[in-house]
Design a protein around this ligand. Structure first.
Ligand code: AMP
Ligand code: MG
Length: 328
């Protein structure tokens, strides 16, 4: 089965063609374009305009690169939520248009579940606890009784959002995470910051406020280092607690922040010390991408899910645990 997947929940428009062949995920193309605001944070309508503008050319690029014809595509997948309303609606409109014009079935995919499924497919992880650490989302997710349940999550902003806001305050453009990672490597002194773990949940906005209040007096490198060490230790703690609670022996990373080598190192060490396995896909499948949508659409379709056009209304607050996981 060949699927076309369109991702567009926030800043990134991704279009991919994926084939399921011999039970394996074969990615034929995975193209993307990222909206980067000239200043400030993501403006939802501008991001949606970016997606609308780039959609036709990216679609052609992706199909051309995959070397398939549109008639060979069996299914149209798109990110139905959670995400920014204008971005979701733009992508849903495109997916509906393609589905109607070429008479293909359509499948709205939960974005967070898609991160997990592409990670599993590409790394060989079977039953992981996923740390999904991205711009807008930070969740610890795992399968329990046919649902991907959230065992821990941020109570306020996502980890990536925390890094991006800190970066903006010190003049680093969006996305600031990779720059902060470089700065942090040069940090030498740990500056104490609030450590905010509440049961299985985390919170970043207080840490951000504290870090911003200290930037005048401390070196930027030490601040970047301290911010990363504090936030990443919190993420390792709640992920480990979920693993212990669920007695699961695999940890998988997803989301753009997971491309941070220091976060990977901390999580890998935690896994090793527990005798657990550590999995992380390559960067292009950590950040938002079309392949994860195309692949999850195939899993859903093969498990018997069907959507009429009326079912494709976007779901800004779509929760990970609302979907019955019939395919796992
Ligand atoms: P996503 O929302 O999953 O596409 O990921 C985007 C987020 O990941 C943004 O907040 C980026 O700042 C962040 N990010 C990307 N690369 C890194 C990195 N190397 N270290 C930390 N954060 C990163
Ligand atoms: Mg994401």
């Amino acid at each position: 089965m060949i699927s076309l997947g369109i991702e567009g929940t926030a800043h990134t428009l991704g279009i991919a063609i994926v084939e399921k062949i011999n039970e394996k995920c074969k990615i034929l193309s995975n193209e993307s374009r990222m909206y980067k605001p000239a200043k400030g944070g993501i403006h939802p309508r501008e991001a949606a305009n970016h997606h609308a503008m780039h959609l036709p050319s990216l679609l052609h690029e992706s199909i051309k690169k995959a070397g398939v014809e549109i008639k060979e595509i069996d299914l149209i997948g798109f990110s139905i939520g959670p995400g920014l309303g204008p971005c979701l609606r733009t992508v849903a409109t495109a997916a509906r248009t393609i589905a109607i014009k070429y008479k293909k079935p359509i499948m709205g995919v939960n974005h967070c579940i898609a991160h997990l499924e592409i990670g599993k497919a590409l790394t060989g992880s079977h039953d992981p606890v996923l740390l999904y650490a991205s711009g807008g989302n930070t969740q610890v997710i795992s399968l329990l009784e046919k649902k991907y349940r959230i065992f821990g999550e941020t109570l306020d902003i996502g980890i990536g959002n925390c890094l991006d806001k800190f970066g903006r305050a010190i003049g680093i453009p969006f996305p600031a995470g990779p720059h902060i990672e470089k700065l942090a490597r040069k940090g030498r002194k740990y500056i104490p910051l609030p450590y905010s773990v509440k049961g299985m949940d985390v919170s970043f906005s207080g840490i951000l406020t504290a870090a911003l209040s200290l930037i005048k007096n401390e070196s930027i490198e030490d601040m970047a280092y301290s911010l990363q060490e504090t936030c990443f230790s919190m993420l390792a703690e709640v992920t480990e607690r979920a693993m212990a609670h669920l007695e699961k022996e695999e940890v998988l990373l997803g989301g753009g922040v997971a491309s941070n080598m220091r976060l990977q190192e901390i999580m890998k060490k935690m896994a090793m010390e527990r005798g657990a396995k550590f999995f992380v896909p390559s960067r292009q499948y950590l950040v938002d991408n079309g392949a994860m949508i195309a692949w999850t659409a195939i899993l859903m379709h093969e498990a018997g899910y069907r959507m009429s056009l009326g079912d494709t209304k976007v779901r800004q607050n779509f929760r990970t645990d609302e979907v019955e996981v019939k395919w796992s």
